[in-house]
Ligand binder design. Structure first.
Ligand SMILES: C[S@@+](CC[C@H](N)C(=O)[O-])C[C@H]1O[C@@H](n2cnc3c(N)ncnc32)[C@H](O)[C@@H]1O
Length: 145
């Protein structure tokens, strides 16, 4: 299931303005959010990880015009991620079982499902699914931006 438009709008409100850093979509599906991030933050580096064959190749096709998007056909778990903002929209058990050590130095935004760590901020979104966004600040200095 792709991220809803209302959630995308809420994400934009949470992100730093004119963000120029790195943005990961871990489990990037058909690339909807990769394109959203690339359009909103043309100077940022956008990185997707997608495990499944079909969505991966569709996303490669749809994202081909965006020079700042890179997509890996890979399980992101255990990958060495660089610092940045990380977007997740996975599923309940999968999200809770993630090792948060992988996210140290970054800010994580998880759609609907919580990590096994205390969130820094929660935002409820009035979309069809009554989604919530959970923000986790894993930056060492505690600064969000
Ligand atoms: C609900 S979709 C979200 C797609 C996109 N992020 C969005 O918000 O529109 C979740 C995607 O994560 C992928 N996925 C789940 N676990 C993964 C993993 N460990 N590594 C890479 N991709 C994964 C699934 O194949 C699926 O395409």
């Amino acid at each position: 299931m792709p991220t809803s438009k209302k959630v995308s709008k809420a994400i934009k409100d949470l992100f730093p303005r004119n963000y120029k850093g790195r943005i990961y979509d871990l489990g990037s599906g058909f690339g909807t959010m990769l394109i959203f991030f690339a359009s909103q933050y043309p100077q940022a580096e956008i990185i997707g990880y997608e495990l499944s064959f079909f969505p991966f190749w569709i996303s490669k096709l749809l994202c081909r015009r965006y020079k700042n998007i890179t997509i890996f056909k890979k399980d992101f778990r255990g990958e060495k991620l660089k610092q940045g903002w990380i977007y997740l929209f996975l599923f309940s058990k999968g999200t809770r079982s993630l090792d948060c050590a992988q996210f140290q130095g970054s800010v994580v935004l998880s759609n609907t499902f919580q990590l096994a760590s205390q969130y820094t901020k929660k935002m409820d979104v009035a979309d069809l699914y009554r989604s919530s966004l959970y923000l986790y600040d894993f930056k060492k200095n505690g600064s969000l931006f």
